[in-house]
Design a protein around this ligand. Sequence first.
Ligand SMILES: NC(=O)c1ccc[n+]([C@@H]2O[C@H](COP(=O)([O-])OP(=O)(O)OC[C@H]3O[C@@H](n4cnc5c(N)ncnc54)[C@H](OP(=O)(O)O)[C@@H]3O)[C@@H](O)[C@H]2O)c1
Length: 302
Amino acid sequence: MSSQSRVVAVIGASGVQGLSVVNALLDTFPVHAYTRDASKLKHLSHPNLTVVEVDINDSTALKAALKNGVWALFANNLSDYTKPIGAEEALGKNIVDAAAEAGVEWLVYSSMPEGNPFRAFVEKSNVMKYAREVTKRSQLKNVFVEVGAYMSNSQGNKPVLNPADGVVEFTWIAIDAQTYLPLISTDTDLGPIVKAVLQNPDEWNDAEIPVVADPLTVTQMAEVYSKVYNVPTRVKFLEHAPPGLPFGSIMEDLLGSFKDPGYFPAYVGREREIAQIAKRLFPGVRTWETYLREVGLDYIKN
Ligand SMILES: NC(=O)c1ccc[n+]([C@@H]2O[C@H](COP(=O)([O-])OP(=O)(O)OC[C@H]3O[C@@H](n4cnc5c(N)ncnc54)[C@H](OP(=O)(O)O)[C@@H]3O)[C@@H](O)[C@H]2O)c1
C-alpha cells in the first residue's frame, strides 16, 4: 500500500500537537483532520486535506468518522483539569475502542511516561496500558509518543529584568537546580517525528518514544539564554506558586513531579539519553538555543 492510499486521521488537529502532525503529513499522506469547528482549520489548504467535524466525546460519531478508510489515527486527548479525575482516561479508552472497532490498523497515541504521579501522566499512561490490552484482541497496533515540555510554554513564563542590578531573572516554582525539563519544540518537531514513525510503523510497533530534543535544567536554560541574548541571568526557585497564579496548585503538583520522581522517571540519572530516539527520527529537531534564535523569548522590562 503506498502512503498516498494510507489515510491518517488526526484528533486535536487545530491544537498544538495535532496541527504539527497535520502540517508534517500533508505532502505524504491523505489526512483527515478532526475538529469540532471546521473554521479553525480554514487557513489550511492542501489536496490531501479533509477536514472532519467531530466531537470526540461522541464515540458513535468518532467511530463513524474512523470507518471512512482510516489506516492510522494520531490521537491526543486533552487534559481538562476542571473535569473529575478519571475523565481523561475514560475519553482516551473510548478513542482506543473506537479505533479498534472501526478497523484502524495503527494508533499513534500521545501518551505520557509511566511512574510520574501527576494526574495527566497517570491517566494517559493508563490509556497506554489499555491500548496494549486491546491489541491482543483486535487488529489495532500501537505506537506511543511521549511529548516532553513544550519550549513554547516559556512564552507564558518570561524572564524579567531586575532593574536593581540588570540581571535577567527566571522564576520557577516547585522545582530546583537539579530538575530536568525535557524540552521539545512541539509545533515544529512533533509532526516530523510522527511522520517518520508512520513511514515505517512496524519498526516502532508498541514503542514508547520520548518526544524530546533538549533535556536541560532551568539553570542550563538560563545559561543558553545568557549566551543568545548577551545578558547576565539568574534563576529563582520558589517553593510555592504565588497567590493568584491561575491553576497555581495544579502547577505546583505538575512541576513538583518533574523534580521528584522526574518527568521521565525511567531516565533519571541519564537524562541526556532521552533525546536520542527523537533525534534519530528527525535529526532537525530544535535545541533550546535554536528555539531562542529562531523564535525568541523577550524578557520583561519593568
Ligand atoms: N504543554 C506541555 O508542555 C505539554 C507537554 C506534554 C503533553 N501535554 C499534553 O498535551 C495536551 C494538550 O495538547 P495541545 O497542546 O495540542 O492542546 P491544544 O493546543 O489546547 O489543542 C486542543 C485540541 O483538542 C481538541 N479538542 C478538545 N476537545 C475536543 C472534543 N470534545 N472533540 C474534538 N476535539 C477536541 C481541540 O479541537 P477543536 O477545538 O478544534 O475541536 C484542539 O484541537 C494535554 O493533554 C497535555 O497534558 C502538554
